[in-house]
Design a protein around this ligand. Structure first.
Ligand SMILES: [Zn+2]
Length: 142
């Protein structure tokens, strides 16, 4: 395309379509970087939530561990393919997921301190209001 343009053999219409195609590719490329930023920042909202509430009971360690491993491996693939955008995406999602894994491990014994909640008569751990059975020892809630 550029060669024929340089040689003067390019007509006006193909120059316009070349520029339009280039612009839409630039637009798509910019959108992709924005998407990477959004994806990366979404994990930091989760990290902040865990940091504030220290409650990780409902967050799956396995899920985040597998994500971290998968993202990490694809980071090497991206490096091998010399794809900057793919590489940045993998790094910017792998790091927060690893942090979440450590948060889940660090806070695994912390729970909401709900003062109005009942306690289990079997193991004296906190019961959620809707529980029919204790999640810790299996005893039926009164
Ligand atoms: Zn119990």
């Amino acid at each position: 395309m550029l060669d024929s343009f340089a040689a003067g053999g390019l007509d006006k219409n193909s120059l316009i379509s070349y520029l339009v195609k280039g612009r839409s590719l630039m637009f798509l490329y910019s959108l992709s970087w924005i998407a990477i930023f959004i994806l990366s920042i979404s994990y930091w909202f989760q990290i902040w939530k865990i940091h504030v509430h220290k409650e990780v009971r409902d967050i799956s360690l396995t899920y985040n561990l597998l994500l971290a491993i998968g993202f990490g491996i694809l980071g090497f693939t991206a490096y091998d393919e010399r794809s900057l955008i793919f590489f940045v995406k993998q790094i910017s999602t792998t790091i927060p997921v690893i942090i979440i894994v450590f948060q889940v491990i660090y806070h695994r014994d912390e729970h909401w301190k709900d003062t109005i909640g009942k306690k289990c008569e079997g193991c004296s751990k906190q019961l959620e209001r809707r529980w029919k059975f204790c999640a810790h020892c299996g005893r039926e809630a009164e």
